[in-house]
Ligand binder design. Structure first.
Ligand code: GSH
Length: 212
């Protein structure tokens, strides 16, 4: 028996959860879902209907990506991603990402669904967060120190999405350190492992272990 992870490959919340599981070397049974056709077993575990959902062997359900990451690192955190001295700063950065930046990212990405303002306006709002990250990355190679920590992994999938809405804009923005940070993470073994492709799960399938 393995914990079961309901996941969607491109979802930034699911990406950060999968990266944390890979890092902690925890194998799960991965069930790739379609957001427009969520499996009944997933909705029974968590009626919220968002991914990721991790169902532990004792039946405990974690349906917040932050909790999945924390759970994984509580099992194994070889590079101290959650160093005690960093936890407060990590939580504040993740809060800014999830609560402040993410809504602008959604509006920027789907500006046609939010015609009140232009895509450029939404981008300029999200850009404030990018500026803050750039300032941090002028001090260290990663957000809080010279090595990767929880905050980088929790935030990177969202910056990735923002960057790829208009890659030309992102590449010519005055953020050399953020561009280098994004590029390093895009090429990292951890991200590549987390982005392995699996077919959509259906009841009765042979369990797909992740990471393989
Ligand atoms: N706060 C949740 C948010 C998860 C979330 O919103 N995931 C999106 C996909 S990126 C989702 O499942 N949306 C439901 C849907 O589109 O039906 C977490 O951190 O896990």
């Amino acid at each position: 028996m393995f914990p079961i992870l309901y996941s969607f490959r491109r979802c930034p919340y699911a990406i950060r959860a999968r990266m944390a599981l890979c890092y902690a070397e925890i194998q799960v049974e991965l069930r790739e879902v379609l957001l427009k056709d969520k499996p009944a077993a997933m909705l029974e575990a968590s009626a919220k209907g968002t991914v990721p959902v991790l169902v532990l062997e004792d039946g405990t359900v974690l349906d917040e990506s932050y909790d999945v990451m924390r759970w994984a690192l509580a099992q194994n955190d070889p590079d101290s991603w959650l160093d005690d001295s960093l936890v407060e700063q990590i939580d504040e950065l993740v809060r800014q990402n999830d609560v402040e930046f993410k809504p602008w990212l959604d509006r920027y990405k789907y500006a046609d669904r939010h015609p009140e303002y232009s895509a450029e306006y939404y981008r300029s709002q999200g850009d404030l967060f990018l500026q803050m990250l750039e300032t941090r990355l002028q001090q260290h190679a990663y957000l809080l120190r010279d090595t990767l920590c929880f905050a980088d992994v929790a935030i990177f999938p969202f910056v990735r999405q923002f960057a790829f809405v208009d890659k030309g804009w992102f590449d010519s923005a005055p953020y050399p350190n953020l561009q280098a940070w994004l590029q390093r993470l895009l090429l990292s073994d951890l991200f590549l492992a987390a982005m392995a492709k699996y077919p959509v799960w259906k009841e009765g399938d042979v369990p797909q272990l992740f990471p393989v």
